[in-house]
Design a protein around this ligand. Structure first.
Ligand SMILES: C[S@@+](CC[C@H](N)C(=O)[O-])C[C@H]1O[C@@H](n2cnc3c(N)ncnc32)[C@H](O)[C@@H]1O
Length: 306
């Protein structure tokens, strides 16, 4: 497996992937440990929607700390094989710790999968597709490693909740060299055309809303450093960071006042997030035959739960 280098905060990497791997290396320690750990919630839903079952071979692309990997292990059981890959060595280390002997986890680029053709019954990727510079190429790679009749399940964030537009407003003036998100894929139609372009049809999009609560402005701040936004924050001057934190704290305290009608309350209102879950099945004739056999499993009762 290829070893990918990652960057230090002060370093000026020219390769966007080296930069991004460094950002996630540094975010990994607190990743998904604030704001109620919603990635674990969405990871479990993705595995359910994909219909992973006992004995399945599963690839989790951009596995992070294992939000998808762990529920996939539970669903595939001792007779299954679960493999996670991620660009960030630190994420891989933490995912390995969590998975124990239940999964293989490798440092690998989602755009250069080092697996045999047709190796997996399911390819899953939670909140990874929007970081990829060449998502079309990546999806072709996902299809290559899928077995006939296999299932691909991706998740991405849906459209922005306007109640959170203030966050963007506070950093609207900021100009940075690197940004993590290459293409947001926050419209179902964009995901559909991405997948149809790679030769898939039967695309399904599921929307899942999940409410997150933050205790206070300190938790909000810790949260902002725990995921890819960290990459933007690391490019700000100490003065600009301090201003951002102050303005955000003031805003959060105002929201608390509106919601609870008392000055000291610092609890934020509920925040619905939207997950777009996308399932698809391969179109090629050979694969369609296999789908007839596997279709029962992937399109049976689990679909009713969506
Ligand atoms: C938002 S996290 C999602 C992690 C996990 N799937 C989850 O749902 O919590 C995105 C992950 O994508 C990884 N990543 C970004 N670009 C990647 C690439 N080209 N190849 C593999 N992993 C990548 C990051 O290192 C990070 O761990």
């Amino acid at each position: 497996m290829a070893r990918l280098r990652s960057s230090d905060p002060g370093e000026e990497p020219t390769d966007p992937k080296v930069w991004l791997a460094g950002v996630f290396d540094r975010a990994a320690e607190t990743y998904d440990l604030t704001a109620g750990g919603y990635h674990d919630h969405f990871g479990s839903r993705l595995v359910e929607l994909a219909g992973v079952g006992p004995g399945d071979t599963v690839l989790d692309v951009a596995c992070g700390r294992g939000a998808v990997l762990l529920p996939a292990m539970a669903a595939a059981g001792p007779t299954g094989r679960v493999v996670g890959i991620d660009l960030s060595a630190e994420m891989v280390r933490l995912a390995r710790d969590r998975a124990g002997s239940g999964a293989e986890v490798h440092v690998m680029d989602a755009e250069h999968l080092d697996f045999e053709d047709g190796a997996f019954a399911a390819v899953l990727s939670g909140f990874g597709i929007f970081f990829l510079p060449d998502p079309e190429g990546a999806v072709n790679g996902f299809r290559r490693v899928l077995a006939p009749g296999g299932v691909l399940a991706l998740s991405t964030w849906g459209e922005e909740d306007l109640r959170w537009a203030w966050e963007d407003d506070l950093i609207a003036d900021v100009e940075v060299v690197h940004r993590a998100v290459a293409r947001p894929f926050d419209e179902p139609s964009e995901l559909e055309s991405l997948l149809r372009g790679a030769g898939f049809d039967g695309v399904e999009v599921h929307r899942i809303h999940h409410e997150v609560r933050l205790a206070d402005a300190d938790e909000w701040w810790a949260w902002k450093w725990s995921y890819s936004l960290r990459g933007v924050l690391e490019q700000l001057s100490p003065e600009r960071l301090e201003r951002l934190r102050r303005e955000a704290t003031e805003h959060i305290e105002r929201i608390g006042q509106q919601v609870f009608g008392q000055r000291c309350s610092r609890r934020l209102n509920c925040i619905p997030w939207t997950l777009v879950d996308l399932r698809q099945k391969p179109r090629r004739e050979g694969e369609l035959v296999a789908l007839a056999g596997q279709g029962q499993r992937f399109h049976g009762p689990q679909r009713q739960q969506c």
